[in-house]
Design a binder for this molecule. Structure first.
Ligand SMILES: [Zn+2]
Length: 92
């Protein structure tokens, strides 16, 4: 019996066993390992991943602990505080 005949017979047995056509041998890709590194917990989609690669990498802000394109020196939350302070000063 040649190898071809052997595989053909095996395929036939598989078909009979499963009642359907034997599935083609598919290389099962391992799931993508996404390292979050504290920057967001949800897994980014492929599109978001591609966009992220194009854009600048996210930095974790020391002031608000959020991940974005700002740091502690130009943090929005810090700015708001500065605004309130300056507004209060101008009022007086
Ligand atoms: Zn911030």
């Amino acid at each position: 019996m040649t190898y071809y005949h052997y595989t053909a017979q095996k395929k036939k047995l598989m078909e009979e066993f499963y009642g359907v056509e034997a599935p083609q041998e598919v290389d099962v890709q391992p799931p993508e390992v996404v390292s979050t590194k504290g920057c967001g917990s949800r897994l980014p989609s492929r599109v978001e991943k591609a966009l992220k690669l194009k854009s600048k990498p996210l930095h974790q802000c020391k002031k608000c602990q959020e991940c974005g394109h700002h740091d502690s020196r130009n943090c929005d939350k810090f700015k708001e505080k500065e605004k309130q302070r300056s507004r209060r000063n101008s009022d007086v």
